[in-house]
Design a protein around this ligand. Structure first.
Ligand code: ATP
Ligand code: MG
Length: 264
């Protein structure tokens, strides 16, 4: 490689650097089928540590399914999902538990445990992943995240007694409790009023500044512009376009293209 041009040298160096940095999550030719239908078709993408990626696209395009595949909650029908180079589907029990400890999901429908009160919903992940914490330590963490998300009401009530927006606050608080390295957020500001939504956007911005890896789904171009380093447009179960946040911020045509893609 001695004879390369100055440009060539740059690209050789870049290729070397890229090989040295392993993606935190990698989807390789991932497909997913349910009820004889192929919902996700041969998606490949690398998510880099410390980066925030937005999954965007029209309803039914496959965003939530891709998020759940990347989070290891769905097993691909074909292809591989890797976390720090390791095939998630081939992890043993200990490795799976460690992956779960390092990651947290806010589901589109919040997915709180309906037969448990809010205190139990919040406490359970801490009991599983941090058994060494005392009850007082668990409660201190719970009260800290609840004040960060702005939830002030009772905890000894069941999720069904909350509005959809309040359920989102509790789901977000539950995800933050174990201080995950990777956050998967599916429409996590939906059903919230402007102030509450802004508070949760600020919390995610803070996590981003702390170097967390964030993969989120949103229909809101404003949120995408604020948070996303990378944007993936998903149409018909495939990646239609990948852009950077800088491209969206500086190129109105691309921003409009994403807006249209979300609405199409
Ligand atoms: N388990 C399943 N069985 C059958 N079809 C499914 C299943 N999961 C998802 N689908 C279908 O796959 C498609 C993609 O669903 P997905 O929830 O990923 O879309 P989305 O992009 O998140 O949409 P939205 O913006 O409405 O949340 C939809 O048509 C949905 O009905
Ligand atoms: Mg969805």
């Amino acid at each position: 490689m001695e004879e390369v041009s100055p440009d060539g040298e740059v690209s050789v160096r870049r290729a070397r650097e890229e090989r040295m940095v392993e993606p935190i999550i990698e989807l390789q030719e991932v497909s997913f089928s349910a009820q004889q239908q192929e919902i996700i078709r041969g998606i490949s993408h690398r998510f880099w540590e410390g980066k925030t990626t937005a999954l965007v696209g029209p309803s039914g395009g496959g965003k939530s399914t891709v998020l759940k595949l990347a989070a290891g909650l769905l097993i691909p029908s074909a292809g591989t999902v890797r976390f720090r180079g390791q095939d998630i589907a081939a992890m043993n029990r200990g490795e799976t538990l460690e992956f779960r400890r390092q990651s947290a999901v806010v589901f589109q429908d919040s997915a709180l445990w309906a037969n448990q009160n809010l205190y139990q919903n919040l406490e359970l992940p801490l009991r599983i992943h941090f058994p060494e914490l005392s009850r007082a330590d668990r409660e201190e963490r719970m009260h800290q995240v609840l004040s960060e998300v702005g939830y002030k009401k009772d905890l000894i009530i069941r999720p069904a007694q909350l509005s959809m927006g309040e359920q989102k606050l509790i789901a977000f608080a539950r995800a933050m409790l174990c201080r995950p390295r990777v956050l998967f957020l599916d429409e996590w500001t939906e059903s919230l009023d402007g102030n509450a939504a802004q508070r949760l956007i600020d919390r995610v911005q803070y996590q981003k500044e702390q170097g967390r890896t964030i993969i989120f789904v949103s229909h809101d171009l404003k949120i995408i512009k604020i948070l996303a380093d990378d944007i993936i447009l998903i149409l018909g179960g495939q990646i239609s376009l990948t852009l950077t946040g800088a491209e969206i911020a500086t190129d109105d045509y691309l921003a409009r293209h994403i807006e249209k893609g979300i609405a199409s």
